[in-house]
Ligand binder design. Structure first.
Ligand SMILES: [Zn+2]
Length: 69
């Protein structure tokens, strides 16, 4: 049995669904995520079934500036 098959067995159906949806997007820039700038989003796996979604705003984005105050 490969490591991949062993690891998959520990995922719940919801974790497996998230992995199959988000896995192909890992490392890609997904356009959107902010209505006020030319933002993009990235996803990356943090642990089994845990994904980090980041929104990358333009430095001059008013929403981003309001959040970083
Ligand atoms: Zn923005």
């Amino acid at each position: 049995m490969s490591n991949h098959a062993r690891r998959r067995r520990t995922l719940s159906p919801a974790q497996s669904a998230a992995a199959s949806m988000l896995g192909p997007l890992d490392g890609q820039r997904i356009p959107g995520g902010c209505d006020h700038c030319n933002a993009y989003q990235t996803v990356s796996p943090q642990a089994a079934g845990v994904w980090e979604l980041l929104v990358w705003h333009d430095p001059i984005c008013p929403d981003y500036m309001a959040m970083s105050r």
